[in-house]
Design a protein around this ligand. Structure first.
Ligand code: THU
Length: 138
């Protein structure tokens, strides 16, 4: 079950600001993500493409930006989906499965995921059984 997030949570505010930078020309559905760590905050937004499958989500944009900048330790992520109308079911605000698998590469079960309009989850609540390669491969 999610726990409440303060109205003025700075990471959520950063995710909302990042959503304003979304390139959502096709879906008109903007998403923002803000990742915090010892480095500060790195944001991402969805970036769509005329070849729809090339589109990348906000959460993965934030993670790849952080990794490319040399950061691999993260404290929390906030996600904002301002184009889901208020009163939509929680499913309209949740990160997609691809983004959860991407997060699983870098975060542990207690990692806080702040979802604007829904609340704060532990990562394991959102993605309890990530795929992990076996250590020994033939
Ligand atoms: N989107 C995200 O950025 N993150 C998610 O977790 C779900 C979906 C984007 C992808 C696409 O640009 C738009 O939202 C509609 O699916």
């Amino acid at each position: 079950m999610p726990t409440p997030i303060a109205d003025n949570d700075p990471l959520v505010l950063a995710a909302r600001a990042a959503a304003d930078r979304a390139y959502a020309r096709y879906s008109r559905f903007r998403v923002g993500a803000a990742l915090s760590g010892p480095f500060g905050v790195i944001c991402g937004c969805n970036v769509e493409n005329a070849s729809f499958g090339v589109t990348i989500c906000a959460e993965r944009t934030a993670i790849v930006s952080a990794i490319a900048a040399g950061h691999r330790r993260f404290d929390a992520i906030a996600i904002a989906l301002p184009d889901s109308p208020p009163g939509s079911p929680p499913t309209a605000f949740m990160p997609c499965g691809a983004c959860r698998q991407m997060m699983a590469e870098f975060v542990g079960p207690d990692f806080p995921v702040l979802i604007d309009g829904v609340g704060k989850f532990r990562f394991a609540e959102l993605f309890p059984n990530p795929f992990v390669l076996p250590d020994q491969r033939a």
